[in-house]
Design a protein around this ligand. Structure first.
Ligand code: ZN
Length: 701
């Protein structure tokens, strides 16, 4: 017992000295030490810390002590680059494999990983679909898988990415013994869902308090002037924004939804004598880093940014965050206000709230739901294209077949946008209809850097013979040659993986340049499950449910800003921080007046609702006029003419709704439907209203 305690003390000392020596910090932030100790004890963990409270350190420090590679899955290239820059500044060898690498860079990274020189490798989840990458990662030992922004795994999350659902099976297939999930925001449901998917036990979930006593939250309802009045004067919201900023001290961020409003608002603020600058993803990376640096150095007081800003910003003295438009979700809101006041000093968060723009957000949700007919078309196309192998049965004896797809042509063929199509495929996987086998590139292009004979003669006769056959199956044009796998693999003694390994080797030796294209995914199909007559309806219902869930999420967001009880307390509860429900909570600890009514929701004393201001959100414009029935009919005729002969069945009501709401689908994109004058004719109307309108017209659809 004594020795164990002694051991733990030493561990803690060792961790602290590693923290000091490598990272230069004297103290762990809350939750870090527990998470790191768990990982070094071989216990997979889930860490939920607010933005900017040092989540990344939880993998960076253990990575140095684990014997093999730490593989980090990150959803955003910008996040990867920030973390790589940080690791480089601490002298830790880390790299990423991503689409920005050129020439031999990926090879160099792989060589570095193989030799153990690189301890941390960052990739996107999509990288796992790459056969070459999977072959590589299977060939090196991995100590730990880290999933950043792990809430993407949960279908209950606000940022669900279908490919993340496959991470647990990759992790098992690659035999990675240890997992760390990192996220800033997770509701209770999302948290338990994530832990279950990676078999993380409840005691290894580390969640730090969500509540920030130094953040003052205000919701200020404001509507724009009507369109005709706008020309006479500045939008009311701009004046309000400028008034608020004039009352603030120190640096601040104004969040807007659209890139062009970032620029126009920044320009307005500058005219009002405020030192402001726009920032959005449309700027090139040099400009963006310059703006970030100016903000860090206090050369710019206010940044007017889309949500692209702030990911890599570690500025502790941001005194105010203003949402000029409603944030995308409560999760986004909490992350964005979380950038204020990291130094613990009082900081102010304002939301200028109205219902404008919500129609567009809602319409995008409706526009993404695949139509029943599209799902049916997909299932039929699997049935038509499946290559049945009468002898292959799965364990239960059900007949199986093989199906191959390339996402872009399939998306066009079934008229479902790529993201919902990917979700649909993941649902088919989860229903046991299809099972991913592998992915490969349909097209291998080879450029010889040395004469063919010279390359061949540098190998022994057996290898030379093998390469000769690969080259014989390659159709060489002037510069590039296309490898025809079908011809090559007719020789059953040749293994595809060996071919790829050989080509990779030639590239490493700088004898050839290899380019791959046409990502093709191969699935096993369970024909019994595919034949299930209720399958199409089940899938369609799944998307309808999701649609409803998304619409509800938008409503929850509006409800949050219209709350009549403390915003701070509700926000904490939303993220399963129950400290306000604890009897220990006493508002006096926060230097506020204690509430006398103990039965009602506790009060933080530093939000607009606690100050007695309950917000009611409104549309700036109500009763937006409909185009005339005649105009609608004309637009419908023009659309039918444009699609004449291009579609097999009449266009559905849903497609007309999307057309009038200005939502594009693959069919529209392909046939340049956006150019028709009727496209988006009703974009200011709600989707449901458009549907009702079209139904009421009794049009001949
Ligand atoms: Zn409050």
């Amino acid at each position: 017992m004594i020795s164990q305690q002694h051991g733990q003390a030493t561990d803690s000392q060792q961790l602290h000295s590693a923290l000091k020596q490598t990272f230069g910090f004297d103290q762990f932030r809350p939750g870090q030490e527990q998470t790191i100790s768990q990982l070094l004890n071989g216990q997979s963990s889930l860490a939920i810390f607010p933005t900017g409270s040092g989540k990344s350190l939880c993998y960076q420090l253990p990575a140095l002590h684990l014997p093999y590679l730490t593989l980090v899955v990150s959803p955003l290239l910008a996040l990867m680059k920030d973390q790589l820059a940080f690791l480089a500044s601490k002298g830790i060898k880390a790299a990423s494999i991503d689409s920005t690498l050129k020439g031999n860079e990926a090879q160099e990274v792989m060589a570095g990983v193989r030799s153990g020189d690189i301890k941390v490798l960052m990739v996107s989840v999509e990288r796992f679909k790459n056969e070459r990458f999977r072959q590589f990662i299977e060939s090196v030992p991995v100590s730990m898988l880290v999933v950043d922004e792990a809430h993407c795994i949960s279908e209950w999350g606000h940022n669900f990415r279908p490919d993340y659902l496959k991470l647990p099976s990759y992790c098992r297939a690659l035999n990675i013994p240890l997992v760390l999930l990192l996220t800033a925001t997770a509701t209770r449901k999302v948290k338990l869902d994530m832990a279950a998917k990676f078999a993380i036990s409840h005691e290894h979930i580390v969640q730090t308090g969500f509540y920030r006593a130094n953040l003052d939250l205000s919701v200020i309802p404001v509507t724009e002037l009507s369109v005709t009045e706008v020309n006479k004067g500045e939008p009311r919201k701009n004046q309000l924004l400028s008034d608020i900023i004039h009352q603030q001290q120190g640096a601040g961020i104004v969040y807007v939804t659209l890139q062009h409003s970032a620029e126009s608002v920044a320009q307005y603020l500058t005219q009002q004598g405020i030192n402001a600058c726009a920032y959005h993803a449309g700027f090139d990376s040099d400009t963006r880093s310059q703006i970030q640096q100016d903000f860090m150095d206090n050369k710019v007081q206010v940044i007017v940014a889309t949500i692209a800003f702030g990911m890599g910003i570690d500025k502790s003295d941001i005194r105010f965050v203003i949402h000029y438009d409603l944030p995308k979700s409560i999760e986004n809101y909490s992350q964005e206000i979380g950038r204020a006041g990291r130094d613990g000093q009082p900081s102010y968060c304002f939301t200028l709230a109205n219902l404008d723009g919500l129609t567009t957000v809602e319409n995008f949700v409706y526009g993404d739901t695949p139509e029943y007919a599209g799902i049916e078309m997909l299932l039929n196309s699997i049935k038509d294209e499946v290559i049945t192998n009468a002898y292959a049965n799965d364990a239960q004896g059900s007949p199986e077949g093989k199906w191959e797809l390339q996402i872009l042509p399939l998306s066009n063929a079934v008229n479902i946008k790529q993201l919902p199509l990917k979700t649909l495929l993941v649902q088919l996987e989860l229903a046991g209809v299809i099972e991913p086998q592998y992915a490969y590139f349909a097209d291998f292009k080879i450029k010889l850097l040395k004469p063919k004979d010279e390359i061949l003669n540098s190998f022994n006769s057996q290898r030379k013979d093998f390469l000769q056959r690969v080259f014989n199956a390659t159709d060489f044009k002037k510069v590039w040659g296309s490898l025809n796998f079908e011809t090559l693999l007719q020789d059953k003694s040749i293994d595809r993986n060996r071919v790829i390994a050989a080509l990779e080797y030639l590239q490493e030796q700088q004898l050839i340049v290899l380019e791959t294209r046409g990502m093709t995914e191969v699935f096993n199909v369970n024909l019994n499950e595919l034949a299930d007559p209720s399958l199409c309806q089940t899938l369609s219902d799944y998307f309808k449910d999701n649609e409803e869930k998304e619409i509800k999420r938008i409503a929850t967001l509006v409800r949050f800003f219209e709350l009549d009880s403390c915003l701070t307390v509700n926000l904490a509860r939303y993220f399963d921080d129950r400290q306000f429900d604890d009897k220990q909570f006493d508002a006096r600890q926060l230097g506020q007046q204690q509430t006398t009514n103990t039965k009602s929701t506790p009060k933080c004393g530093h939000c607009s609702v606690c100050r007695g201001q309950v917000a009611v959100l409104e549309h700036s414009q109500t009763n937006i006029a409909w185009p005339s029935d005649e105009a609608l009919q004309q637009a419908i005729t023009a659309l039918s003419e444009r699609l004449e002969g291009k579609i097999n069945q009449p266009l559905s009501l849903e497609s007309y709704c999307r057309f009038f709401a200005g939502m594009t689908v693959p069919l529209f994109g392909r046939n340049k439907v956006r150019q028709l004058p009727g496209f988006g004719l009703c974009e200011q109307q709600r989707y449901q209203a458009i549907r009702e309108k079209l139904q009421s017209l009794n049009l001949d659809l």
